[in-house]
Design a protein around this ligand. Structure first.
Ligand SMILES: NC(=O)c1ccc[n+]([C@@H]2O[C@H](COP(=O)([O-])OP(=O)(O)OC[C@H]3O[C@@H](n4cnc5c(N)ncnc54)[C@H](O)[C@@H]3O)[C@@H](O)[C@H]2O)c1
Length: 454
């Protein structure tokens, strides 16, 4: 097989939350790596040895790789052709037209067209709509006349790792590889074989579908308890008690817990399937349920307190999920925007995100409402609950769709939460929520006694 004249083993184009940990991991396995990103600030941080975002263990990894000289950084995509394998980890947002936005990928392809030579492999690690890998192969064949799978290799090896778990899961999660033509899968497998995770060879479109539908499954899984939470409010029922009734000792249970479900992947990946769906609208409905949770919470506050104008509302958490600094597509921001439209006085605290926020004590002081938007571990402690009880105004409404303190109520007043906090403090940590019937008993009323508080 022809080998291109290369000075590196692998190039990673797009040093974001997927690309940078991947480039560092390749270098850590002894490969000579080229990292490409068009953001000079990001490249500057990496050159200085500073991770531009939080990823467990990545700062130490960056420092380890820094001294080896195995990571070279460039701004131009064409420099990626100095490596035999080229991995694309660029963003793939969706247009509001329910269609993948491939502009970054198209632009990188155009930059690479003139510099690719026989022997190169191009591997899409980004999440893409079904058919995109074949499109990329067709594009290279059309414009350069390459025999894909014989001369130049094109494959999809989707990133399936969860934020915060990269370094653990790169060696454990099965790595799906869908290659175009005779040998692309094998060539991509040679590269990803440097990790210990098992390789699973399949077709390109099956690799694309597997990645997208894993995210669709999660998105729909969370929409169900979110819809149930809204239904429970309508029927004056307690969602946590209903979930406990569904799941307890029932072999066909397993419904998830409610919460704010979003983030850059879940919010857009369903659109890649929806763009050619056999059931147009089904997944849009899933999206609409998750997207309406912030409004549901604001309306729940209004039902209990009346106008929110001039009320102090403490928002805990801006990130899209627990224990990350990633705010992209977070529903916490949507919640804040909705509260602004109610003319509320909003104070925000998040210990992780880059957006500047206020200290916890300042945010809680005299708050009329405390709403947990992201369930960071820092919040899920008896100490935080005690601070809310001490600092917030008398009769403060606590809005907690995550059930952070095991109270089992989406909307509760601080007086109701105090006994839960005392129990948890006595145990020295979080306590799991008691079973539904016990919780009802411990509150001294039946599950449907209190129409106002859920
Ligand atoms: N973030 C996740 O947890 C995650 C998980 C699985 C899959 N994915 C998928 O992986 C892909 C990348 O996601 P991400 O979160 O790492 O995105 P990101 O926005 O964090 O990273 C993209 C990087 O590409 C750079 N870039 C943009 N245009 C460029 C260009 N023309 N040339 C060079 N660099 C350019 C940006 O500066 C940025 O650093 C997406 O398809 C996403 O859906 C992400």
């Amino acid at each position: 097989m022809t080998q291109p004249q290369t000075s590196a083993d692998v190039a990673v184009i797009g040093l974001g939350r997927v690309g940078l940990p991947l480039a560092l991991s390749f270098a850590d396995r002894g490969l000579r790596v080229i990292g490409v990103d068009n953001d000079p600030v990001r490249l500057g941080a990496v050159r200085e040895g500073v991770m531009p975002f939080q990823e467990t263990g990545a700062q130490e990894l960056l420092e380890r790789v820094h001294g080896t000289g195995r990571l070279e950084l460039y701004e131009r995509v064409a420099d990626a052709a100095r490596a035999r394998h080229i991995v694309i980890t660029l963003g793939t947002p969706s247009f509001s037209h329910i269609e993948i936005d491939m502009r970054d990928i198209r632009s990188a392809l155009d930059d690479l067209l003139g510099v690719l030579t026989p022997g190169h492999s191009l591997i899409l690690r980004s999440t893409v709509a079904p058919g995109t890998t074949e499109f990329v192969a067709g594009y290279l064949a059309k414009h350069r006349g390459f025999q894909i799978g014989e001369e130049v290799f094109v494959a999809h090896a989707p990133e399936r790792i969860a934020a915060g778990r990269f370094l653990e899961e790169i060696d454990t999660l099965p790595c799906i590889v869908g290659g175009v033509g005779a040998r692309s899968g094998e060539v991509a497998g040679e590269l990803f074989g440097v990790f210990r995770a098992p390789l699973v060879q399949t077709t390109p479109v099956q690799a694309e579908l597997a990645k997208i539908w894993a995210n669709i499954l999660r998105y729909a899984n969370f929409a169900l308890p979110n819809l149930l939470m809204m239904d429970c409010e309508r029927y004056d029922a307690n969602v946590f008690e209903v979930i406990d009734l569904i799941n307890r000792d029932y072999p066909r249970g397993g419904i998830a817990q409610p919460g704010l479900t979003a983030g850059t992947c879940l919010r857009k990946d369903f659109a890649f399937s929806e763009e050619r769906s056999n059931a147009p609208g089904m997944l849009l409905a899933v999206s609409r349920v998750n997207e309406s949770v912030p409004l549901f919470l604001v309306e729940g506050m209004r039902r209990r307190l009346g106008s929110l104008s001039d009320r102090k509302i403490a928002v805990l958490g801006l990130a899209f999920k627990a224990d990350t600094d990633d705010e992209r597509d977070s529903l916490a921001h949507k919640l804040v925007r909705l509260l602004e439209r109610e003319l509320a006085d909003i104070a925000i605290h998040d210990p992780h995100v880059p957006t500047p926020t206020a200290p916890l004590e300042q945010v809680l002081q005299d708050a009329d409402v405390v709403v947990v938007a992201a369930n960071h571990s820092e919040f899920r402690t008896p100490a935080t609950l005690a601070e809310i009880s001490t600092l917030a105004s008398d009769g403060c409404l606590v809005v907690d769709p995550w059930n952070c303190w095991g109270s089992g109520q989406v909307f509760a007043y601080t007086a109701e939460l105090a006994p839960v906090g005392v129990t948890a403090a006595a145990a020295g940590q979080e306590v799991p929520p008691p079973p539904a019937t016990d919780r009802a008993r411990s509150r001294g009323r039946s599950p449907s006694d209190s129409p106002r508080i859920r």
